[in-house]
Design a protein around this ligand. Structure first.
Ligand code: GDP
Length: 364
């Protein structure tokens, strides 16, 4: 599955956010109970209203959302890269994520200490980014040194790695995160394997006070400007409100949201933003037993999409019977869509589209 790391300075609301994410009714959805792999790792259901609609039309007994993993990564402070807590395990935790949710404190509260004794989310973002950049520079230098023997031995992969590492180092020495360098399509795979901390896509999460949950505040606006200038995404939420909502029954939660002038839980927006950040899409399988959502990266072929369900589906792939979500809903289900000629048989070359309702045929 896909993994988002939650990072940020101490006391900005990371744990509050993580708890909210993993405590929601959705996270604990019946079929796939929220499972704590480690205390700081949680699988969260990806909210998607389309799945409920499909289940209703298909009279499916069960609804199984697709999942995304969140990891609460504590321990980043100023000077962390100089050994103050930025241990190997901690770095490895960040390395293993696909993207970073960077929580920024955008609330004033005299009772909650700020490690830097002032509230300034833009400055906070820079502190964290600087620590990650220093860690990247150190690891790049070590890795380049480690590659020299392989390069002398004529290892082509090592040559490509060195070229990418050196390009990243130039950017980092210029004060820019590794994600700012342009990577050719051919290099994309090698680049991702380098797992540089500052090459990961980033989503800024502005944790605002309760009163600003719907509107944001001056601090979250400043973060928004910074994010836009960097080409990064940002969302505004109140972690405290989210934690409260997460503990309510669905009807109560709806009332609470209405009172707060919120259309939906901020967590839904956060998870969706993470999905977008990673260019992920959803396809569906619908039957009387279950309606289920599956996650694929944008541009996934039909056999690869089948492989998300089971490796055998990919190996033995014959074709995918495909109905677009809109057709499925407008016509009122599979047989009606089929009669209307809206069910297509797609082969190996087909690129699955977000919202496709699929049925795979395969050899065993
Ligand atoms: P972490 O160190 O980043 O994981 O931060 P925590 O989630 O433990 O939060 C630190 C403190 O800030 C806790 O006492 C939270 O209750 C409080 N806190 C978190 N979010 C908010 C918020 O939106 N408003 C206020 N006033 N306090 C918050």
């Amino acid at each position: 599955g896909f993994k988002m790391g939650i990072v940020g300075l101490p006391n900005v609301g990371k744990s509050t956010l993580f708890n909210a994410l993993t405590k929601t009714a959705a996270a604990q959805a019946a079929n796939f109970p929220f499972c704590t792999i480690e205390p700081n790792v949680g699988d969260v259901a990806v909210p998607d209203a389309r799945l409920d609609t499909l289940a209703e039309i298909g009279k499916s007994k069960q609804i199984i959302p697709t999942r995304m993993t969140f990891v609460d990564i504590a321990g980043l402070v100023k000077g962390a890269s100089k050994g103050e807590g930025l241990g190997n395990q901690f770095l490895a935790n960040i390395r293993e994520t696909d993207a970073i949710a960077h929580v920024l404190r955008c609330f004033e509260d005299g009772d909650v200490t700020h490690v830097e004794d002032r509230v300034d989310p833009v400055e906070d973002a820079e502190i964290i980014e600087t620590e990650l950049m220093i860690a990247d520079m150190e690891s790049i230098e070590k890795r380049i040194a480690g590659l020299s023997r392989k390069i002398r031995g004529g290892d082509k992969e090592a040559v490509a790695q060195e070229r990418l590492l050196k390009a990243a180092l130039v950017a980092l020495e210029d004060g820019k995160p590794a994600r700012t360098i342009e990577v050719a399509d051919d290099d994309r795979k090698a680049w991702n394997m380098l797992q540089l901390l500052t090459s990961k896509p980033i989503l800024y999460v502005c944790n605002v006070d309760e009163a600003s949950a719907a509107t944001g505040n001056a601090m979250s606006e400043a973060v928004g400007k910074m994010a836009a200038a960097q080409g990064n995404a940002h969302v505004v939420i109140s972690a405290q409100i989210e934690e409260e909502i997460a503990q309510l029954a669905p009807e109560e939660a709806a009332e609470f949201l209405a009172e707060m002038d919120l259309e939906e839980p901020g967590l839904d927006r956060l998870i969706r933003a993470g999905y977008e950040l990673l260019a992920l899409e959803t396809y569906f399988t619908v039957g009387p037993k279950e309606a289920r959502a599956w996650t694929i990266p944008h541009g996934t072929s039909a056999p690869k999409a089948a492989g998300v369900i089971h490796g055998d589906f990919e190996k033995g792939f014959i074709r995918a019977e495909t109905i677009a979500y809109d057709d499925f809903v407008a016509l009122g289900g599979e047989s009606a869509a089929k009669e209307a000629g809206k069910m297509r048989a797609e082969g190996k070359a087909y690129t699955v589209k977000d919202g496709d309702v699929l049925h795979f045929l395969f050899n065993t």
